[in-house]
Design a protein around this ligand. Structure first.
Ligand code: ADP
Length: 477
């Protein structure tokens, strides 16, 4: 049994902006079920959703800040959650990274540096909690200073650093290093310095005992210039400590047979009921209620990573084909505007819903026939796994976790029962368009389509398997 402190900037259902929250809300619970003593630690943001008032368990002074530690529990689990309460930083409207106007917090470096210092105090058992972890599991740049600061302690718990997305590194100018009052010996190219800047993520990459990322393919990709953002050299240097473990999904929340957001829950044995969800979705969205036209769905952040520009390039052509398209997402304003313009041009074919809507996300996963995920890069990706579980075949680019979780529908994979989606290679609109046309062709072959749906729906994406792999990783630490 290991004692594990799991440090994260978000955890579903307490606070969520993306896939990290899903991991932090599931992996600790799966590890607890495997008998581990695990606790989550995260900042107490104003936007955090708590079902009960947390209790005060400690107070401490860290870098001249008076901090209170609160305890609550991860809903539907036995996992304690420790909240770092420092209202001067965290009691403001906004999300963990952006203020209420959508701009990155002006003091974001100070916020997460303080969070990291508190985690180190807890990890070193200096917070009067009478509990010392064997290891600290850190996630993304917001926690990158933890392995670096721990390395300065004569004896300290081990650290694991998981990269959920290399694109976000926590880069700040050199003045920020000085203003954060960080130990001078960390200002070196072998530590936190990156070409004269302060890099939070380097603290994790340079000092953690193990580095993981969220798929085996992405673990290879980030060692190349295309995906490594200048840190590929450091990752190559540490490759013996670097591995990929694919994320699981929450199979209770994402279960078409019990999903309370759906008009009609369904399963493999009642696959025909999926159609009722499609009709309901078409109606909700104001699309033509038509069983025959395949409905393509897309849910996600509207950023270049997700290939939204490629989808925009394809949409005028898609609108001329026998298909419909629904997108739920929010993000860059120019993408939002272009999408809305197209939806106004083709109201019976294209529906755009801007914003964040969990229930609608479930209804799209259930009601769509096809899910589009043409990401330029995708560390793991969750939606392609949800889609497969809902019998909604994903079209994905062969990158990162998409490459590891979707098997392309080719004659041999269809006949041997492994096909579970449509995979294409090049990151451009014509390659995506070809994949869409290939999908339409496949959709017309009802026997093959149903077979692929069944393959997809029976794949095991549960956390148990991933949690076992993390346990094997923790074992020698
Ligand atoms: P990323 O972490 O890069 O945003 P993932 O596919 O790994 O992408 O995870 C995204 C998660 O956020 C999924 O659970 C997805 O359903 C959810 N999500 C993203 N955008 C929205 C939205 N607008 N409304 C509801 N859920 C969303």
């Amino acid at each position: 049994m290991k004692k594990i402190l799991f440090a994260t900037s978000e955890a579903h259902p307490l606070i969520k902006t993306g896939g990290l929250a899903d991991v932090a809300g599931s992996l600790p619970a799966a590890l607890a079920e495997l008998g581990q003593d695990i606790r989550i630690i995260l900042p107490k943001y104003q936007a955090i959703k708590l079902s009960e008032a947390p209790r005060i368990i400690a107070s401490m002074r860290v870098n001249n800040a008076d901090i209170t530690l609160l305890e609550t529990r991860l809903p539907d689990s036995s996992v304690p959650v420790w909240l770092v309460d420092y209202p001067e930083f965290f009691a403001f409207p906004g999300n963990p990274y952006l203020d209420a106007s959508g701009k990155p917090w002006a003091n974001i470096a100070e916020r997460f540096a303080l969070f990291c210092r508190v985690v180190v105090e807890v990890a070193m058992n200096r917070a009067q909690l009478d509990w010392q972890p064997d290891l600290v599991h850190c996630n993304d740049w917001q926690t990158g200073l933890i392995p670096a600061l721990l390395s300065l302690e004569p004896t300290h718990p081990a650290s694991v650093f998981t990269i959920h997305n290399m694109a976000y590194q926590g880069l700040f100018d050199s003045n920020t290093f000085a203003s954060l009052n960080l130990p001078g010996q960390l200002w070196q190219p072998t530590a936190l310095e990156y070409h004269g800047m302060l890099s939070f993520i380097k603290g994790g990459l340079a000092f953690a005992d193990r580095i993981t990322t969220v798929s085996p393919t992405y673990a290879q990709e980030i060692q190349t210039a295309e995906f490594g953002y200048g840190l590929e050299g450091l990752l190559q240097y540490r490759q013996e400590r670097l591995s990929g473990i694919i994320n699981g999904i929450d199979t209770d929340i994402w279960n078409p047979a019990t999903d309370t957001c759906l008009t009609q829950p369904y399963s493999i044995s009642k696959l025909a009921d999926k159609q009722l969800n499609k009709a309901a979705l078409q109606q909700t969205l104001g699309l033509a209620v038509d069983e025959k036209q395949p409905l393509f769905g897309l849910i996600g952040r509207l950023v270049e990573q997700k290939g939204i520009d490629m989808v925009l390039d394809c949409l005028p052509q898609m609108a001329e084909l026998p298909l419909q398209f629904v997108l739920l997402g929010s993000g860059e304003k120019h993408f939002e505007q272009q999408l809305q313009t197209l939806a106004a041009q083709y109201p019976e074919k294209i529906a755009i819903r801007l914003g964040y809507d969990e229930a609608l996300a479930h209804q799209i996963e259930a009601g769509a026939d096809v899910f589009l995920m043409p990401s330029r890069f995708e560390p793991c990706g969750l939606n392609q796994m949800y889609s497969q579980r809902y019998g909604t075949l994903p079209i994905v680019r062969r990158t990162g976790g998409l490459a590891d979780t979707v098997t392309d529908a080719l004659p041999d994979t269809i006949s041997n029962g492994t096909a579970s989606g449509i995979v294409f290679d090049d990151a451009n609109a014509s390659a995506l368009m070809e994949a869409i046309k290939r999908t339409l062709f496949l959709y017309d072959n009802k026997t093959a389509w149903k077979k692929i749906q069944r393959n997809a729906m029976t794949k095991d994406f549960s956390w148990q398997n991933s949690a076992q792999q993390y346990l094997a990783l923790y074992d020698p630490l």
